[in-house]
Design a protein. Structure first.
Length: 217
């Protein structure tokens, strides 16, 4: 069955945002009297939303976060969204090619406003309808709950079997499994570094580069 809907994760899939996330987390920790974190440390903290990232960052330095830690992190990150964040090589051409034959959507646990700013700032927003971009702060449950993925399928008028979830982390993998869509895992994304390889079932599509998506029928 041909693919009629491609649903993309953002961080680690469409864009490499690791440095800006790490710099923001480190700035918050330093403000609270702790050490900075390396990009490798932050890479394994991303994927389940800002609140989880902040909690994991403070846990890593063995410090209790202040009550306003999340708000402070979001404010700091808001000033750094596009400092170093870039689309992965080939992403614009891939989206153009896929968009000519299927619907495209974004499903991320990042706040929607930040997501839209990044997409537009990197000239990727043109490939996605406004209502086809779902962030983690909306009314639908966040990944790995499949509610957002199911909503996007209904919006596009397609079945789960006609849909591919494209992501780089176990969160994306579990989201796709929960709804029964196909899953493409971006091995080039930072979220794949800690993927539990033993859980792979063998029917996943593994991507070494974004352009590999074009070959999916």
């Amino acid at each position: 069955m041909s693919v009629r809907l491609f649903v993309f994760d953002l961080d680690g899939t469409l864009v490499d945002s690791l440095r800006d996330l790490a710099n923001s987390a480190s700035a918050l920790l330093v403000q609270c009297g702790a050490r900075t974190l390396t990009e490798d440390e932050v890479a394994v903290m991303v994927g389940e939303g800002a609140a989880t990232l902040v909690a994991r960052a403070f846990e890593a330095v063995m410090l209790t976060p202040p009550a306003d830690a999340l708000a402070r992190f979001l404010a700091m990150y808001d000033t750094r969204l596009l400092d170093h964040t870039r689309a992965y090589e080939g992403i614009p051409a891939v989206l153009e090619a896929l968009g000519a034959r299927a619907s495209l959507a974004v499903l991320t646990n990042k706040p929607r406003a930040a997501t839209v700013r990044i997409l537009n700032g990197l000239k990727l927003g043109q490939f996605f309808a406004d209502d086809a971009i779902i962030g983690g702060d909306g009314p639908l449950a966040r990944k790995p709950d499949p509610a957002g993925l199911a909503w996007l399928c209904a919006r596009a008028g397609v079945t789960a079997a006609e849909t591919v979830m494209v992501g780089d982390s176990a969160v994306d993998w579990r989201t796709a499994r929960a709804l029964g869509t196909r899953i493409c895992l971006a091995r080039y994304g930072f979220g794949f570094r800690e993927f539990p390889r033993a859980e792979l079932r063998g029917d996943e599509i593994l991507l070494d580069r974004p352009s590999d998506l074009i070959a999916i029928p």
